[in-house]
Design a binder for this molecule. Structure first.
Ligand code: KMH
Ligand code: ZN
Length: 302
């Protein structure tokens, strides 16, 4: 089995400041938590930006520049910019920073879907900012739009023209077939790095049978030409990541995906989750990849 790549998704666009005081929001906070996550063993840092005053998901290049230089200065982690942004953003906004920054890696969501966040708002008693509650509650009528045309556009602009490679986010079985379609069209080249995403309301649930089936079909479609990683939302995070590690896959953790470290206890940082999954995977007999080893495994431009 190859070394295991730990990705840490440090802030995302789903959780809001009222849910955890440890969620990094400002450029300084995002940079500091990213560097600490890299020091703890994350080879890849997956990044979204926030408005530093309100914590609202932001697509402004200026907000990305609030943390990117700080991370680069203090770590050699692979910087992976989200092109998913938030489901409320236009594709143009979602890509604005990545087009400028030209990162080694970016995410690419492989299909349109419901992306219901409202169940996670139920336990919040007091809201810090006006935008949070409508943002979450209106997600019962939200479509996360990633049409084949959108996907082709991201592949062309970020992949072909700028040399980025991708974390292909697959929330359902159909997304693997969409990925295969783009491989056949010649817009995607091995080795693929596929992120199996579990537990988003609108995508597949965090059931072990779904992971074994996703792997079985990915093996059939992509053979030796791919590696998989697993992220699971909320309380399913660690057990699904551990299962991936046991099956030869890679793992993703971070406060984008889950705010807790154990049931009912908030993680005090992203690094705390990286340390936890690192211990689990090392106990399973897997070695953790450095950033440069991840670059070599995934054929990144460096
Ligand atoms: N929020 C995750 C479920 C993206 O940024 O492009 C998936 C994700 C999407 O990270
Ligand atoms: Zn993301």
């Amino acid at each position: 089995m190859s070394k295991i790549i730990i990705t840490c998704a440090v802030t995302g666009s789903i959780h809001t400041p009222s849910m955890s005081p440890y969620l990094p929001i400002t450029g300084e906070e995002i940079a500091a938590q990213s560097v600490a996550a890299a020091e703890a063993g994350a080879a890849i840092i997956h990044l979204h930006a926030r408005n530093p005053s309100t914590g609202e998901p932001s697509s402004l290049c200026n907000d990305f520049m609030g943390f990117l230089p700080g991370i680069k200065l203090k770590s050699d982690a692979v910087l992976n910019l989200s092109t998913g942004g938030s489901a409320l953003m236009s594709l143009e906004d979602r890509l604005a920073a990545a087009l400028q920054v030209e990162p080694e890696m970016c995410s690419l969501n492989m299909g349109s879907m419901n992306f219901a966040l409202y169940p996670i708002a139920e336990r919040i008693k007091k809201w810090k900012h006006d935008w949070e509650r409508p943002f979450l509650e209106n997600s019962d009528d939200l479509v996360f739009k990633n049409t084949p045309r959108d996907i082709a556009y991201v592949l062309t602009e970020m992949g072909e023209k700028r040399g980025a490679r991708f974390e292909f986010e697959c929330y359902d079985l159909g997304h693997l077939y969409m990925l295969k379609h783009f491989v056949d069209r010649g817009l995607i080249h091995a080795p693929l790095f596929i992120q199996f995403v579990f537990g988003v309301l609108g995508g597949m649930g965090a059931d072990p049978e779904n992971l074994t089936h996703m792997k079985r079909i990915a093996d059939k479609l992509f053979g030796e030409g791919y590696a998989f990683s697993v992220l699971a939302a909320g309380r399913h995070q660690m057990k699904m990541a551990a299962m991936s590690a046991a099956m030869g896959g890679h793992v993703r953790v971070g406060l984008e995906d889950n705010l807790n470290i154990t049931k009912g206890t908030l993680a005090r940082s992203n690094a705390q989750q990286v340390v936890k999954i690192r211990e689990i995977v090392e106990h399973l007999g897997r070695e953790v990849a450095t950033a440069d080893e991840a670059r070599a495994l995934l054929h990144l431009k460096g």
